[in-house]
Design a protein around this ligand. Sequence first.
Ligand code: URA
Length: 181
Amino acid sequence: MTPHLQATATQLVFGVGNPDADIVFVGEAPGKNEDLQGEPFVGAAGKFLNEMLSSIGLQRQDIYISNIVKYRPPDNRDPTPEEIAEFKPYLLKQIAVIRPKLVVFLGRHSMNVFLPELKISQAHGQPIRKDGQVYLPLFHPAAALYNGAMRQTLLDDFRLIPAILKKYLTNFGIISNLYST
Ligand code: URA
C-alpha cells in the first residue's frame, strides 16, 4: 500500500479565493511550490492561469480555486484512484457551500472525477450541464506551458467563460449537453 500523502507532504493545500465566487477552478493536486506555500496554483502553471484570468478581466480574488487531492503526491506523480476517492467528498463540499455558477476543470483528472466518460481532447472548451451544475473542462495549464498549440487552445477556451456565465445568468441557453454560440 502507498503511504498516506500526508506523510510526505509539507502541508495541506485546501483551497483559496472568494467563498462567494461565481467560478470554482479545480486542478489536480499541489505541486512543489503549492506544497511549500500552502496555496493552489502558485508555480509556473499558476502564473499562466493568472494571465488567462486577467485576459478575461478576472483576478484571483474573484474566483475560488482548489484541487481534487489536497496533499502533494511525491515527485508529482499522478494521484491514485484511492487518493482521489479519499479527497472527493471535501471537494464536493467546497463546491456545495460556494454554489458557483460554473465549475472549471483544469485537466483531465479533475474532469474525470465528475465526468468519467469524457476525454479531455474532445471535451475541452465545451460547457456541460450535469445534475444542475454547469462544468467547463479545460486542458491543464501545466500541459500547455511548453506546447504552443495547446497554450493557444487553452487561451481560446478560456475566452468562452464570460459568455458561459452570461448565458447562465440570463438563464438562456445551456439546457442541453453541448453549448454552441
Ligand atoms: N497543478 C495542479 O493541478 N494544482 C496546483 O495547485 C498546482 C499545479
